[in-house]
Design a protein around this ligand. Structure first.
Ligand SMILES: NC(=O)c1ccc[n+]([C@@H]2O[C@H](COP(=O)([O-])OP(=O)(O)OC[C@H]3O[C@@H](n4cnc5c(N)ncnc54)[C@H](OP(=O)(O)O)[C@@H]3O)[C@@H](O)[C@H]2O)c1
Length: 324
């Protein structure tokens, strides 16, 4: 299972959107937050993902403060007809002010941000454009209205939101159909299951779980380089890590029994949520390495038993530390 060349099944992006591979590739760590990357291996990983049926690539204007979008441009140019690109606006960070984590949904900002992303990515249209975070000072009718204008202008094909409430999702969907909702969702982070996932199912919105491997924690691989931002994440802190690793042991022992890896168990659990919530679920694990990509893609067709699902369902409530 670990290294098989399984190709992905497809899911629909939103009610009327294209069919895309049921797992995307998270590109954030290629440019920032998770320590340095071997860019040759990263590019090889991107190329392999297309061969394995991955078609949705996830970035944001703030990853590497524009660098991640710029890095993807060459890959996109070589594969444009085969892949969909998702990017996001909303954080105010700029190269001049990289520590400005304020959020802005101002329509003028959105109009500037989309042009900057189009230019950095080197594409004529963004397939899926997300609001990265909601700025509650701007009514949705203005922010989503501005996003809808971008669809009208042909700059964007479909719209997405991140980390909004069920009510916000429904309100936004009245303004313009929302194709995708991105939130953290994993064996360790299940808040979305209370209200947001049921609302997405009702509205026909595809759910795109980010950090499906708990930012790597669920894989059991927690050796972090000195420049890795996760050193400051509560779930990786010294006081919480021991407890959380005991929970990872449960994942690891299930994996051992099946002859698969912990990452595959975590992803298979997430793909199974599609059955439980009756909606398309499209996780976007981030990896910069080909062997891990193969593992992750193979997990999309791994079926868990109800006993395995029940054992995994018990873990989230015991996790120590807030998600970031
Ligand atoms: N909308 C938002 O607010 C938001 C927030 C965070 C992330 N995201 C998006 O979601 C994507 C995924 O989230 P994430 O990267 O934070 O977390 P993740 O996918 O849960 O975990 C990524 C980590 O797991 C490691 N990994 C991946 N596959 C593995 C495997 N099979 N075995 C062992 N380790 C493995 C990666 O290392 P290597 O890279 O070294 O393989 C990386 O350290 C991001 O890239 C980004 O596009 C969105």
């Amino acid at each position: 299972m670990t290294n098989s060349n399984v190709t992905l099944p497809s899911v629909q992006l939103g009610k009327d959107g294209p069919l895309v591979g049921a797992q995307g590739l998270g590109c954030m760590g290629m440019s920032e937050f998770y320590g340095s990357a071997d860019l040759k291996e990263v590019r090889a990983t991107l190329d392999l993902s297309v061969e394995l049926g991955v078609t949705l690539f996830d970035t944001a204007d703030m990853y590497g403060v524009g660098e991640n979008e710029r890095f993807l441009a060459d890959f996109l140019a070589a594969n444009r007809s085969k892949v969909s690109i998702a990017t996001k606006f909303g954080y105010a960070r700029t190269p001049e002010a990289p520590d400005d984590w304020s959020v802005t949904n101002d329509p003028a900002h959105i109009r500037r941000a989309v042009d900057a992303s189009l230019s950095r990515l080197g594409v004529e249209v963004i397939d899926l454009y997300y609001m990265h975070r909601r700025d509650p000072s701007v009514p949705l009718v203005e922010s989503v209205g501005a996003m809808a204008d971008l669809v009208g202008e042909g700059k964007v094909l479909s719209l997405g939101l991140c980390e909004v409430t069920a009510e916000e999702l429904a309100e936004a969907n009245e303004i313009h159909p929302i194709a995708a909702l991105q939130s953290e969702w994993s064996v360790f982070s299940r808040e979305i299951e209370n209200n947001v996932a049921p609302m997405a199912a009702q509205l026909g919105v595809t759910v795109v779980p980010y950090a499906p491997l708990g930012r790597g924690l669920l894989t059991g691989q927690t050796a972090l380089s000195l420049d890795d931002a996760r050193r400051n994440f509560p779930r990786f802190s010294e006081e919480n890590l021991a407890t959380n690793m005991r929970l990872v042991e449960v994942v690891r022992s299930l994996a051992q029994r099946r002859g698969v890896t912990p990452a595959q168990i975590a992803l298979a659990w997430l793909h199974d949520r599609a059955r439980i919530f009756k909606l398309p679920v499209l996780p976007i694990p981030g990896t910069r390495k080909r062997h891990r990509l193969r593992e992750n893609v193979a997990a999309a067709t791994l079926t868990l038993s109800s006993e395995e699902v029940t054992a995994l369902d018990r873990l989230a409530n015991q996790v120590q530390g807030q998600r970031v």
